[in-house]
Ligand binder design. Sequence first.
Ligand code: DAH
Length: 347
Amino acid sequence: MRMIEELATIEQQAQQELAQAQSLEDLTQWKTTYLGKAGALTRLSRGLGGLPAEERPVVGQRVNQARTTLDTAFQDAEARIKYATLQASLETDRIDVTLPGRVSDIGRLHPTTQVLRTVSSIFNEMGFQVWESREVETDEYNFGLLNFPPDHPARDMQDTFYVETPPEAPKLVLRTHTSPGQIHAMRRYAPEPVRVLLPGKCYRNEQVTARSEIMFHQFEFLAVGRNITMGDLKGTLKTFAEHMFGKGTRVRLRASYFPFTEPSAEMDVSCFLCQGKGCRVCKYAGWLEIGGCGMVHPNVLRNGGYDPDEFSGFAGGFGPERIAMMRYGIEDIRWFYSGDVRFINQF
Ligand code: DAH
């Protein structure tokens, strides 16, 4: 019966150690020591063969009993330790539900977007529909159909980003202005009258400075119909200026040149800050330059599918960044696409 005593000792020791186990690692260690393949109980049952035949069943049964008891004790200990670990983590990961929540940044409309939305709603009210036209254009649409002479300096490599194309394919460019959208819109509607606003991105291969970026926006407006006159252009501009810059804003046209308009003009508005008296924003001129406009050139009307003897039209192209810069007193165009939300959040 020496074995039964030994068994009792092992069992007692095992129970003690189990009661002291603090971690799952302790448990694993314990299991190897007592119940594992090379553990104490296994070692003991190997000795059964050396016992007298009549003792073997009794001792064998005791060994099995011990195994069952220790197995159950192990499961209890495991449950106890898992529960204690959970309790401890509840304590350390404690959440203070009374703390105020973190406010997430919901972003803000970019100043360019804000200006373009205002512009769209003003032109919408005058019956212009908003059209988005492509940013990659053929050289033909960007220049040729807009009546640029073949040797016009604007076609120069310096100003235009060309897209690489096979030599026999039509030349592609990133549009340098929104004006090619005029041709697309006319070809879509001719010979019906058309009124469109074409906002979007433009690209110029220029030195980046406080005044000019390689990517910027324009919005083009175009009206084609019968008996459209320069008076209609001026009335449209006046309405636009008063809605954009405030009631009483005056509009001035200065003679200019663009290949696609004849006559062509630069449009100025009276300074919205000083009402024309002279201030820092208008550099004491009293006027602010907004952009180009004019009466659509007969060649351009023809390229768009209209008979210039029957139809006439006006058009213009302005820069929303420029308007935003004046409106908000932004001094450097490079801020617009710097990707810094601290800039955007100010408007
Ligand atoms: N496309 C011209 C530019 O990029 C702006 C412009 C001038 C557009 C006169 C027009 C226009 O439609 O009539 O500078």
